[in-house]
Design a protein around this ligand. Structure first.
Ligand SMILES: C[S@@+](CC[C@H](N)C(=O)[O-])C[C@H]1O[C@@H](n2cnc3c(N)ncnc32)[C@H](O)[C@@H]1O
Length: 244
């Protein structure tokens, strides 16, 4: 079982490395730029008086880490962590283009199940579209719990099954969301040249628990207090906010 998990984890990392060149472009085209609005919404949920070290986990090409740093300036020391080196290279390039050689953001290559931070040293963690990819989510949650201070904030953006029966959507909305998912896979495959990733995107989104399932996991592994759970337009993205 452990070996299967390790192999999965490696192949997911390789997949993101191979996508890194076109990741931002394809993200913008497929979401029609909406991923920036979803991320902006997350950044504005971080309390204005936040001070200290903030981790953007599974930072990828670093958009969210850059937005957090821009909002808080020197009050918050942002650290971007990802386990795919080529995704992090893109993040470093963007950070240099924005801040020059004295980028205040630290970029660290590490796995979510083994974070290079002391116990209770962080004031917050954000994860956008990363949680779904963690091969061992239970361990990742336990590791997040270990490094967070009391009173810290956890903000997670993630896809959820758009045709979750728990949501009382009209049949028209369900049909539109199903069509969006169908097109995302096909268009993403053409734009990126990586058909497998966009098949994986759909499968992993469908398999990811909705709000009820994720609440159960967080209660079991972390015991954090839920502040908010928002379903963002067009309905297949959720923003979760917990307080430690
Ligand atoms: C879909 S991308 C999201 C990137 C970025 N947060 C965004 O919103 O655009 C998922 C990222 O999670 C990273 N990732 C997946 N599993 C990971 C793990 N176990 N530890 C660290 N990073 C991981 C991948 O390398 C990839 O960069």
């Amino acid at each position: 079982m452990r070996e299967i998990r390790k192999r999965n984890s490696k192949s997911i990392r390789r997949m993101f490395d191979s996508l890194s060149e076109r990741y931002d472009l394809v993200n913008d085209l497929l979401s029609l730029g909406m991923h920036r609005l979803w991320k902006r919404k997350l950044v504005h949920c971080i309390p204005a008086d936040t001070k200290g070290r903030w981790l953007d986990l599974a930072t990828g090409t670093g958009d969210l880490a850059l937005m957090i740093q821009r909002r808080f300036g020197v009050k918050v020391e942002v650290v971007g962590v990802d386990y795919a080196p080529r995704m992090l290279d893109r993040a470093k390039e963007k950070s240099r283009a924005h801040f020059g050689d004295s980028s205040p953001i630290r970029w660290i290559l590490a796995d979510s199940i083994n974070l290079p931070f002391p116990d209770q040293s962080l004031v917050g963690i954000s994860v956008s579209f990363g949680l779904r990819n963690f091969s061992d989510r239970a361990k990742a949650f336990q590791e997040m719990k270990r490094v967070l201070k009391k009173g810290a904030h956890v903000l997670i953006l993630e896809f959820g099954n758009p045709i979750d029966p728990n949501h009382s959507d009209s049949w028209i909305k369900r049909a539109i969301l199903t069509a969006v998912a169908w097109w995302t896979v096909r268009l993403g495959a053409v734009l990126s040249g990586r058909k497998k990733y966009y098949q994986y995107l759909q499968l992993s989104s469908d398999a990811f628990p909705g709000p009820d399932g994720l609440r159960l996991e967080v209660t079991k592994y972390c015991g954090w207090r839920e502040r908010e759970c928002l379903r963002l337009w067009p309905g297949n993205v959720f923003l979760y906010h917990w307080e430690v």
